[in-house]
Design a protein around this ligand. Structure first.
Ligand SMILES: N[C@@H](CCC(=O)N[C@@H](CS)C(=O)NCC(=O)O)C(=O)O
Length: 213
């Protein structure tokens, strides 16, 4: 018998941290999907076919029965609202505002803090090899991670308390990136305990703690 509606399509290379947010979210929701690995091989992000979907030339993008959406955190919110039971993303409330606060912090402050050291140390970008800028970037990244450590120690075990939400999807992948980047890591026991807790989840082992920064 044919499926009642076309399966969700996720466009993006599975090595991308932002694509992995969406893959992890789908697995937590037990939502089936097909993955098209745009950004690899001949599936170019600069092709007119892809640019018509996302003029930013970036992944992830989803195609949900003809509804096209880009921007990873927005995609995770959309999927959790549409297919979830309110656990990953609560209905409008103070509880939801706290989940979204961490999602926005990840996409803005934390993402900005890691940009230089990540491009320098993981991507080996020739344009990001200035020693002073690298040291400043590592310090800023460790500072942001210390903020997380203090928060988790007081409010854990998950980012907003007793259960996993979308805040953990985006922060969990960010913690993985920090741990997988070869830098002088600050000592952060609550972050370590959080990473171990997330690592008990099959979907995090598959898409987060998987050896990819
Ligand atoms: N703000 C965007 C950023 C997406 C992004 O940076 N995607 C990267 C992969 S993680 C990308 O597509 N880069 C272009 C490339 O790899 O050619 C989001 O969260 O979806």
């Amino acid at each position: 018998m044919a499926a009642p509606f076309p399966m969700l399509k996720i466009l993006g290379k599975p090595s991308s941290i932002n694509v992995r947010k969406v893959l992890w979210t789908c697995d937590e929701l037990a939502l089936p999907y097909v993955l098209e690995a745009w950004g690899t091989g001949t599936l170019s992000l600069q092709s007119s076919e892809f640019l018509a979907l996302n003029p930013n030339a970036m992944v992830p993008v989803i195609d949900d029965d003809g509804f096209i959406l880009w921007e990873s955190n927005s995609i995770c919110r959309y999927l959790a609202d549409r297919h979830g039971d309110g656990a990953l993303l609560p209905p409008p409330s103070q509880e939801r505002a706290l989940v979204e606060r961490w999602m926005d912090w990840q996409a803005t402050d934390l993402n900005t803090a890691w940009r230089y050291p990540f491009l320098s140390l993981v991507r080996a970008s020739p344009a990001h090899q200035d020693a002073a800028q690298l040291a400043a970037g590592v310090a800023a990244w460790n500072r942001a991670m210390r903020l997380l450590d203090t928060h988790l120690a007081a409010n854990g075990p998950y980012m907003t308390g007793e259960r996993l939400t979308l805040a953990d999807v985006v922060i969990g992948l960010s913690v993985n990136r920090w741990k997988a980047t070869p830098l002088a890591h600050a000592e952060l026991p609550a972050v370590e305990a959080y990473f171990d807790l997330l690592s008990q989840r099959p979907a995090f082992l598959l898409h987060g703690n998987n050896g990819i920064a």
